[in-house]
Design a protein around this ligand. Structure first.
Ligand SMILES: [Cu+2]
Length: 466
């Protein structure tokens, strides 16, 4: 739900020092809309300006604008926020308009855009429009193209959005701290003609990483590499919403990486093509199929595919330590070590120590209750038990009956008979197992005979026939 708050009531304290904004100028500021929840908000059809097909920000929202004399005016407020990273864990971050990441900004190629940026942080900031073509003085690099925006002040950025595509915004001021604290947002410039490169579902999210000690709330801004929470839009599994689509939909997923390492994003069940980067659209003749695409630091990728395969398909970073939450890091390997009661003993000397299971790291091996505001390192319940994942992991849900414009979670996939892996009990089940509905039914007995025949060395069966 969007909570609209009167900017001047909300900014009472800041207004005292806001000398940059005169009373007359302040009266003409667009309202600063604030988001109170970390749910996915499906944007409405644009009320004014040139038509476009809005994107869906995973666990996020798009910033409303005001049209004034043909200029699209947005108001971003840089401020401390409380972001729920998953149910059971809240992080005290810095962000924009109530959340981290900030709202997605959507404009159309050719739009004149004016963005008011109010700083409610305890230190100066600026905004750089990553990938956008802007006049040099609008590039937002503190010290190089502008002074930092002091606490309490409002700056105005104004330019014409030209090249369509996917972009990001983030501070170019005390960057290490401000990005480690969650300051970033997605930007989409839609093509002039909304039918160009149109898809049925267009998802966007940013990759960000945090170092938040178990039991605490604030990220450590000096961490260079050893982050322990790997997120899609400052959410971790199982707190990340599903990507729910209708079978047959053409789907685009646009991802930007503002962490300090690369992320090979892997999708199950479908192959896709990389159709765009933050540098533009890839010419069709230069595209190739993938099931994993590596997204480097400061890079963006747009991938596209036809969601032809119904089911619940994992979509995740392929670095396995990026699909776990904070508790799993800096823990020695105890595989094969009998550690009965060892965690309790060590805990008397090293509080917070958690033993990794002797048979691996699964939940059953955990011997310690979690500190407050801490997520289990591998978690999430599926229809068949624990998913044992965290971090950068979510599920692409492809359903035949998912309605157009419906992004809600359709629940767990019901696998048609004969399409589910099953436990071997010594013989094939009596019921005929059909992998493909189009295939002719074959009694189990007969299938067994075929198996036996093809496995016989030098047998009469011709392998090429199967
Ligand atoms: Cu990763």
């Amino acid at each position: 739900m969007i909570t609209r708050r009167d900017f001047f009531k909300g900014a009472g304290a800041a207004a005292v020092t806001a000398t940059a904004v005169s009373k007359v100028a302040a009266a003409s500021l667009p309202e600063a809309v604030v988001m109170g929840s970390a749910d996915t908000h499906v944007p409405a059809t644009p009320a004014n300006g040139r038509h476009f097909n809005p994107v869906v920000t995973l666990n996020g929202w798009s910033l409303p604008w005001r049209m004034r004399d043909g200029v699209k005016e947005f108001h971003l407020v840089a401020e401390p926020v409380v972001r729920e990273m998953a149910p059971g864990m809240k992080a005290h971050l810095w962000g924009y308009n109530g959340q981290s990441p900030g709202p997605t900004i959507e404009v159309v190629e050719g739009d004149r855009v004016r963005i008011f940026v109010t700083n409610k942080l305890p230190e100066h900031t600026s905004i750089h429009w990553h990938g956008l073509r802007v006049p040099n003085g609008m590039d937002g690099v503190t010290g190089l193209t502008q002074p930092g925006i002091a606490p309490g002040k409002t700056y105005v950025y104004e330019f014409v959005a030209t090249r369509p595509g996917q972009f990001m915004y983030h501070p170019h001021a005390d960057e290490m701290t401000q990005m480690a604290m969650g300051m970033m947002g997605f930007w989409v410039t839609h093509p002039k003609d909304y039918r160009q490169q149109a898809v049925e579902r267009d998802f966007v999210f940013l990759l960000s990483a945090y170092d938040i000690d178990p039991g605490s709330y604030k990220p450590k801004p000096n961490t260079m590499l050893d982050f322990n929470l790997w997120t899609f839009n400052s959410r971790v599994f199982p707190g990340i919403d599903t990507l729910s689509v209708r079978q047959g939909d053409k789907v685009r997923i646009r991802v930007g990486n503002l962490t300090m390492t690369n992320h090979p994003l892997h999708m199950h069940g479908h192959e896709f093509v990389v159709t765009g980067t933050d540098g533009g659209w890839v010419p069709p003749s230069a595209r190739w199929p993938e099931v994993t695409t590596d997204i480097g630091v400061g890079q963006m990728r747009a991938i596209e595919f036809h969601a032809t395969e119904p089911g619940d398909w994992a979509l995740h970073c392929h670095k396995s330590h990026h699909t776990m939450n904070a508790m799993g890091h800096n823990v020695p390997s105890m595989i094969g070590v009998d550690q009965d009661g060892i965690a309790e003993k060590i805990n008397r000397i090293v509080p917070g120590y958690m033993a990794m299971g002797e048979k691996g790291g699964s939940m059953g091996g955990m011997q310690m209750p979690l500190p407050e505001n801490t997520l289990p390192m591998m978690t999430g319940e599926g229809p068949f038990g624990g998913v044992e994942m965290g971090g950068m992991f979510t599920v692409l849900k492809v359903r035949k009956d998912q309605k157009r414009g419906d992004y809600s979670d359709p629940g767990w996939y019901q696998h048609p008979q004969g399409t589910l892996a099953y436990e071997w009990t010594g013989e094939l089940p009596i019921a005929t197992r059909q992998y493909d509905a189009g295939r002719a039914a074959m009694p189990a007995r007969q299938m067994e005979e075929v198996e036996v025949t093809v496995r016989k060395p030098g047998g009469h069966a011709d392998h090429s026939g199967h």
